[in-house]
Write a protein that binds this ligand. Sequence first.
Ligand code: SF4
Length: 214
Amino acid sequence: MKVNEIFTTIEGETSLTGIPMLFIRFTGCPLRCSYCDTTYAYEDGTEMAISELLKIIKRHGLPIVHLTGGEPLAQAELPELVARILQNHNEIIIETGGSMDIEPFIKEHVRIMLDIKTPGSGMDHHNHLENIPLMREKTDEFKFTLCNRKNYNWAVDFISRHRLMEKNCVINFSPVMPGLSPAELADWILKDRLSVRLNCQLHRFIWPDQTRGV
Ligand code: SF4
């Protein structure tokens, strides 16, 4: 598997914000979002065997392993890695850009964090909508990254058209930073009485000068 970086950090997004965990960032992504903050993971990386990764996970001793990218689902060996991690009784988070099938990863002790790409990303035509019915109540979470009011309106309409509220999954609204101010997004959410979670990337506040390994 091609790995860009491995690090321990404090989860900065979703309802698990604040929890320490081990991150494994894989190399490569089929998308090119306008606001991507991990462009360094498009190409750079080192080939690692599943057995090496398992040893690293064991050595770090954290109960939650967060698999991200790039696009982790683009790694052909991801199903095997997930199965092996679960055998070792770790919990797993898979953070995906939402253009690939999540079905092989719908398992107990695996949480899916699914991006729904908005038009501001330039990648909204890649949303794999067949993933939506697979998302599980109170386990999996949606994430919309918003560049502006137009994206916000689009996301609100998407939620309504696809009845996402009925799924009882957390829905995260993330402002692109810099770009959209969290205060402005908070204001829109409150005015609309929208039951979504404002998702502000805690790691950026903890380590404002660090762009990698957080
Ligand atoms: S899906 Fe994620 S890693 Fe891929 S281009 Fe978009 S923001 Fe970057």
